[in-house]
Design a protein around this ligand. Sequence first.
Ligand code: HEC
Ligand code: HEC
Length: 469
Amino acid sequence: MKRMKIYRGYIAAIAFGGVFIITLTSGGILDLRHLLRYAEEPIPAYVTHTNIPTHNPITNRGATLGRVLFYDKNMSFNNTSSCAKCHKQAEDFGDVEIISTGALGPPKRHTMRIGFAGMSSEVRAFWNERAVSLEEQATIPIHDGNEHGFSGMFGLPTFDSLLRKMEGIDYYPILFNFVYGDSAITEERMQLAIAQFVRSIYAFDTKYDTGRLTVNSELDDFPNFTAEENLGKRLFNTLPKDGGAGCFQCHVPPEFGMDPNSLNNGNIGIIHGPEKTDTGVTKAPSLRNLITPTGKELGPFMHDGKFKRLSQVLDHYISLDKKAPTPNMDPRLIGPENNIELDDTQKQAIIAFLKTLVSNRVFTDEKWASPFVNDSLEVIPLMNGVANVRNQHYALDITPNPAGDYISLGLEKTYYQLRIFNSNGAIVLQKTISGGDRIEVHALPDGYYFIQADQLGGQKHYSGKIIKL
Ligand code: HEC
Ligand code: HEC
């Protein structure tokens, strides 16, 4: 039997009736030469409320590292969960379960959606704003004994042990060096990168934004809206004393993030029962993306997941005047001048308006999706120190794989610059090829290799990975 090296994540050799069956599962590839566009994501001129600090702007390199940290299960002490276990892209980076199953112990509150978290003048984070910034927030769940578990308490490992663990994971020294110029892994660097990634999760591609671009003021009717959507927008933006719903005071357009001065909205329950109250809840996620592009409401809503449907949220605001004000309730919801009265048509109109705030791309774009495949990731390092924002990037269809003496790359028949890198990032083969060529790899020692084919005079970049046994 040929002696085999086992490469983490790629090969499972199963003894089956004396025959070895080799299954090749491919991991994710992150190509540092061709970055996805984070810094270039447009922000329209009418957007004025953001919490992007001058010391930590969104960069392609930083957000790329943040993306890896956000999705890496190595960030949890038992390698089972990551931020994405609770913050799911398909649910606007929130969770439709009241209590996320990612939790090791019961979290006190419902998971917040984090799409557009960077697009508000509120800089603090969490429902009760206990983190002073998204940077501070970024590693709190990692320290938390109920979340990622690096608390250093009750027999759980310390945060320092996580930093040591990361030093031993092949891609982290490469990535930290790529972002910060040296490979030191620190909590502060993790915070900066995660916060960049979290703030990068926005796209002004909604029906609302299409309309907003064509008018001078938020208050003008939008030409691309139906009469119902324009009615909903007017009610949202009008004070109750003038017959509206007054929502704009706290969920501030055009980003629909939280007004930093908001107090609680009268909903002070906790998930586990009525006996305790949670009066410090003064922040909600952006009201953009309350609904998926296919029209599914992303309830339950509020910190205690009390309301399944948006219609129930509206009923909550409408019924407030029939109740005594709760402690720490926002004065903008108290008193006869703030009574919200809406009939069914008006309620439906507000919900129709909220549906115009849905971004398609936040739910689907690759740049916010996991770079991992089968929990594994290979980073293609920079060869010449220059990273380009990626144009068009495709996976190679390499056969056979594991490779024999020759491989074919499944390319259309134009010319390409071919480079093959070994697992240390060194170039082991470089030449110009035509799409149909078979590539001789006979001379390469056993191991795994990254293959890069860049179309000559074109925009297309292909990459893939082979293993030689
Ligand atoms: C076990 C589920 C879970 C995991 C894992 C988790 N979160 Fe959260 N996240 C929550 C919950 C619950 C809240 C609200 C907590 C609160 O306010 O008390 C929250 C709130 C947040 C917020 C605040 C949003 C805002 O607008 O204020 C951000 C940002 C965030 N999480 C990012 C992350 C990141 C980054 C990670 C990984 C390092 C992570 N979360 C891991 C459940 C989770
Ligand atoms: C005085 C400030 C204030 C006003 C006015 C206000 N809200 Fe809120 N809203 C909040 C606060 C604070 C929360 C978080 C409360 C919680 O989680 O229990 C919230 C939560 C929400 C949520 C839940 C978001 C989520 O992701 O779970 C929705 C939806 C919402 N508000 C819609 C509205 C609408 C529609 C109006 C107008 C009828 C409105 N709000 C008026 C302060 C306000």
